[in-house]
Write a protein that binds this ligand. Structure first.
Ligand SMILES: Nc1ncnc2c1ncn2[C@@H]1O[C@H](COP(=O)(O)OP(=O)(O)OP(=O)(O)O)[C@@H](O)[C@H]1O
Ligand SMILES: [Mg+2]
Length: 600
């Protein structure tokens, strides 16, 4: 019932199309009735020798005219009702995508892509079937049945009609029960299909890992399992259909049989004419289609109902992060950031990821965040992006609580290079211009030069038009990172966040990018997250996170003087670098020695 309410508002938007379609259907069914009637008239006329050839031709003409009307009418109702159902499908799809775009990252953490994709494809298709073909089938079946039965009663004989119709009442009752069972089975089937899509999607995305670990066989086995489950669920449906469809035939057969016996008797006794007896038999065959159509309509309604339920679930999901009533528009941010006893617990965790972090930086500062892996660095910047909710007063930007800044304004004022630096399957140019609607080539090149990726890009045969991602060239890790940095720089926002964005870049290039950033970001706030001290030692403020706590804070010199975690990290990394250099030098010498020996 709830499903019905959900779809009803869409149907109402297309009510004229539905009304047009249904009226056409009604007229058609009515016209359809005249064919048996006219055949009856011809038969009776011929039998009683009251009709000449001209009379026959005239009646055949009527049948032809009705046939023509039927053809035009069938086009019309298809046009109206299929048009409406395609329209609704389009609206739901648009609406669902738009709604999903408003949902938080948390929703995507909890829902699988394959499942969402199934809702867009096979579920939506089932809904379309239920509001298009099924509506036609149901109306047609009902209208036809009522009219044909009415005609049988008026034109032929009431008693005969009752005898023929009684077996069909059982069908109607049976079909309702059947619909209920089918809906449950369809729901199970859709879930199985979702799981299957999920599995396929993950295995294709992770194909490199699968190959590297030689897990193809295991993947195939797992897939076969999911596939078998989908088959089982499909068979559950087929079994039910296999039982019901022949039953329909049996009932219709019984009806025909009863008609022949009782109708024959009535014709013999002269209660009805032979012509009417012939017409009656034609009417009975006309009832076969509505019976089947009714079964199919119930089938499609059940499928559609199950699928609407799944689509409705998506629509019912409310974004947890949305502009509250206290939101007030701002004309852009300057870039001052204040963290005030910031504590944050991730959903499903018992311990806070970030504990009581306080920090104040002026606009134009370069803030570096360093700490061991899993210490909450990414979480911290995600909070500044308002990807998760924080308590009022914990994060202030330009002195304003982050919860009072419209999400759109906030995010427009922050350029972000995520740790996984995702690129879309599109040209490099579009990827870099992603955050803006009108992209000037000059600005793009300025950004790529700053990110030290311009030279790489022009070396590709297609330059900036090179397609990256699944169907295009595969970029190296460092190229991807730098493209992603260029995308953020192109946005030229007051706050720039680089989450471990230089990890796959060699130290020389890193130094160059940092130097470029220094010039490019003068007067603007930049947040750098890194594991290497070399990346961040020139930052104005360095925040050292340890177990989610801000253990140390200050510039390089201050932290070295403090002699704590930072100094320890620095010395360790220095030592590692020295060892690395020594090893390289040693290997070179060794290699040279061998050469010398060879030459002797
Ligand atoms: N969406 C999430 N839901 C639940 N827990 C999360 C989520 N994201 C991160 N965590 C947890 O929060 C902790 C900190 O993760 P975070 O990604 O902030 O670390 P990090 O310092 O950026 O690590 P790295 O240096 O490896 O990038 C981890 O224990 C992680 O499991
Ligand atoms: Mg991280």
């Amino acid at each position: 019932m709830e499903q019905f309410r959900f779809i009803w508002k869409y149907i109402m938007r297309h009510k004229w199309q539905y009304i047009g379609g249904i009226i056409t259907l009604f007229i058609l069914d009515f016209a359809n009735l005249y064919i048996p009637k006219t055949t009856g008239v011809i038969t009776d006329g011929l039998a009683a020798h009251t009709m000449d050839m001209q009379g026959v031709l005239k009646n055949v003409g009527i049948i032809l005219a009705i046939g023509f009307m039927l053809a035009v009418g069938r086009f019309l109702w298809r046009y109206f009702i299929f048009g409406a159902s395609r329209g609704i499908e389009h609206e739901i799809r648009d609406g669902m995508f738009a709604h999903l775009e408003t949902l938080d990252v948390e929703y995507y953490n909890e829902h699988k892509t394959g499942d969402l994709m199934t809702r867009f494809t096979s579920d939506l298709n089932a809904v379309r079937m239920a509001i298009g073909p099924a509506v036609i089938a149901a109306f047609d079946a009902i209208v036809m049945t009522v009219m044909v039965i009415g005609q049988m009663m008026v034109y032929v004989n009431i008693k005969l009609t009752l005898v023929a119709v009684i077996p069909m009442i059982f069908i109607a009752a049976g079909e309702l029960y059947y619909g209920k069972i089918m809906q449950k089975r369809y729901l199970e089937r859709q879930e199985a299909v979702s799981e299957l899509t999920d599995y396929v999607q993950e295995s294709f995305s992770g194909v490199r890992v699968v190959k590297a670990f030689v897990r193809e066989r295991a993947q195939m086995k797992e897939f076969a399992k999911a596939n078998a489950k989908a088959k089982r669920k499909n068979l559950n449906i087929v079994k039910m259909e296999a039982v019901v469809m022949p039953l329909l035939d049996v009932v219709i057969g019984i009806s025909s049989l009863l008609t022949l016996i009782y109708g024959g008797y009535l014709a013999l006794s002269g209660e009805i004419t032979v012509g009417r007896f012939v017409a009656f038999n034609q009417y009975i065959t006309m009832l076969v289609w509505p019976m089947i159509a009714c079964g199919e309509a119930i089938n499609m309604f059940s499928q559609g109902g199950a699928s609407i339920k799944r689509i409705k679930e998506v629509f019912e999901e409310e974004p947890e992060i949305a502009d509250s009533e206290e939101v007030k528009e701002v004309d852009g941010l300057k870039g001052e950031i204040c963290l005030n006893h910031l504590t944050f617990i991730h959903r499903g965790h018992s311990e806070p990821t970030l504990k009581d972090i306080s920090l104040q930086i002026e606009a134009g500062t370069t803030l570096a965040v360093i700490g061991r892996t899993g210490n909450g660095k990414s979480t911290l910047v995600n909070l500044i992006l308002h990807l998760y909710n924080t308590k009022p007063g914990m994060i202030l930007l330009d002195g304003r609580d982050i919860n009072t800044i419209p999400l759109k304004t906030l995010r427009e004022n922050i350029a972000y290079v995520p740790q996984d630096n995702f690129l879309f399957s599109d040209t490099l140019k579009s990827n870099i211009a992603f955050g803006t609607d009108n992209a000037e080539m000059e600005e793009i090149i300025k950004a790529t030069k700053t990110a030290c990726i311009h030279d790489n890009i022009i070396a590709f045969p297609d330059g900036y038009e090179t397609i990256v991602g699944e169907r295009g060239v595969t970029l190296s890790g460092g190229q991807k990172q730098r493209s992603s940095i260029a995308r953020a720089l192109k946005k030229d926002a007051p706050i720039l966040i680089l989450d471990d964005a230089l990890s796959a870049v060699d130290t020389d290039t890193e130094e160059k990018i940092l130097q470029n950033l220094k010039e490019n970001r003068k007067g603007k706030t930049t947040i750098l997250i890194a594991h290497r001290i070399s990346t961040i030692q020139n930052a104005d403020v360095i925040l050292v996170l340890e177990d989610g706590e801000a253990k140390e804070c200050g510039n390089h010199k201050e932290l070295m003087e403090l002699g704590g975690i930072y100094k320890e990290m620095f010395e360790k990394q220095q030592l590692e670098a020295q060892i690395g250099e020594k090893r390289a030098a040693f290997q070179a010498e060794d290699f040279g020695g061998e050469r010398k020996e060879d030459m002797q």
